[in-house]
Design a protein around this ligand. Structure first.
Ligand SMILES: Cc1cc2nc3c(=O)[nH]c(=O)nc-3n(C[C@H](O)[C@H](O)[C@H](O)COP(=O)(O)O)c2cc1C
Length: 159
């Protein structure tokens, strides 16, 4: 973060889930970020709630190469960032199957593109966290730890 002191950052982590793996990653990310952090299911978030966040992190399972419909709806409803120093980041959960990248890609880069179109500064590369099975997962071993490292990296304190 450029102009926001780490101690005072207000972060909103929004996630959707079908089975629970994306919530696990959202909670790992939320737990690794200092300051005031709210980790909320997308159904608990109104478009206006993002206005007070210094850092908005949006996570979704990848469904048909896209974010879930609920996440797409939220992203459609939110406006441009409230201030210039606000930043956003995105992550998804996805399968390890190699052809999926070529087939249509994943949710996180698409969420990042939508936010950029609305004028948000997206910090860090959109992240994908792997699940081992089509439905319930589970997360591949070490993915929650990788999420913690990515969260720290967003704030520039991953050394
Ligand atoms: C209907 C459906 C479509 C899916 N499509 C994709 C896909 O296009 N690419 C992918 O990597 N994973 C796909 N998956 C697997 C999800 O990525 C996986 O279920 C998800 O990461 C689990 O997250 P959750 O436990 O938070 O629901 C799909 C799963 C479902 C149920």
């Amino acid at each position: 973060m450029k102009s926001v002191g780490r101690c005072c950052i207000k972060t909103l982590v929004v996630y959707d889930l079908l089975y629970g793996n994306t919530k696990t990653i959202a909670q790992a990310i939320g737990g690794a970020i200092p300051g005031e952090v709210a980790v909320r299911h997308v159904a608990q978030v109104q478009a206006g709630d993002v206005a007070s966040a210094d850092l908005l992190i949006v996570g979704s399972p990848t469904h048909g190469a896209l974010p879930t419909r609920a996440v797409q709806n939220l992203l459609e409803r939110i406006g441009s960032p409230a201030r210039e120093d606000v930043q956003a980041a995105t992550f998804d959960t996805r399968l390890t199957w190699g052809f999926l990248e070529r087939w249509g890609g994943f949710a996180a880069p698409k969420m990042a593109a939508t936010l950029r179109e609305k004028g948000w500064t997206v910090t860090g590369a959109p992240s994908g966290f792997f699940v081992r099975g089509l439905k319930k997962g589970p997360l591949r071993h070490g993915e929650a730890e990788r999420a913690v490292a990515r969260a720290k990296g967003l704030l520039g304190n991953d050394e």
